[in-house]
Write a new protein. Sequence first.
Length: 90
Amino acid sequence: MTAEETNCFKLLDEYSRTRYRCFLAEMFPTGSEYTLCFRAHGIRKESANRYACRYLLVGTPEVSTAARNGILPPSITEMLDRELSRPPQW
């Protein structure tokens, strides 16, 4: 993982933990986008849903912008707010 990807990963993880009680489990490039995998925080080990996750896509330019500025751009936060605020099917 590059320094840029690491910086963006940290921003995404912090945002999701603070607002939605979930965490960023994975972030990997897929062409011109990054695939993000979010998992619920605090799921019990015995739960049948312990591996449930939600996948989202973010454009490579947005990842670069976030890493460079040290803050998630509105395009990312709006998408996270829209997608992670829905009752999760964890």
